[in-house]
Design a protein around this ligand. Sequence first.
Ligand code: MD5
Ligand code: FE
Length: 203
Amino acid sequence: SQEQLAPGAFVLRAFALPYVQQLLPALAAIEQASPFRHLITPGGFRMSVAMTCCGELGWTSDRRGYRYSAIDPDTGRHWPPLPTVFLQLAQSAAAQAGFDGFMPEACLINRYEPGTRLTLHQDKDELDYGAPIVSVSLGIPAMFLFGGNARNDKAARVPLFHGDVVVWGGPDRLRFHGILPLKEAEHSLLGRQRINLTFRKVA
Ligand code: MD5
Ligand code: FE
């Protein structure tokens, strides 16, 4: 099923389910090459979300700022390449929402455990705001906060479940958004965690 949250925001419920069996081993290999880590924000706070990346570019943060980089600062090596199944999923979801020819350079991988949250923010480190962002939810459920173009705009709450994909494009690409602290839960394949993949065209 397809829900439209806003003119440029589409929830594709269960869209990723046919890919899960191939996604999980690919994810395990990425984790082994570039392990999850808790990044430090420029303000000095440790993020409660654990993160890694794959693709030509990965997103990272430290006291000096946020940036995309071809090198994983924790390993000194390139990020692992984007697995074919990741690209196939991202491109077919983007096309389903009306964005043909989506070519992401980066896949950010966020890991949440019960209690983990992501405070309201905008994603503004990409140069090409015309391209969509594709987000894939796996594992235990989360409550997504979909805000407006100003931090204080009231945010809608959208539950996201295992296999759901959201595509943000056009006018809704720069909305404030976040994730409420996850409730205690266990998923049959992923255990006590939620994994979120976000595919981005950076440059
Ligand atoms: C998550 N991750 O569930 C979310 C999914 C992040 C992040 O927010 O920055 O890693 S991506 C949600 C998103 C991305 C871009 C635009 C909008 C939402 N939006 O305009 O609402 O871990
Ligand atoms: Fe974000």
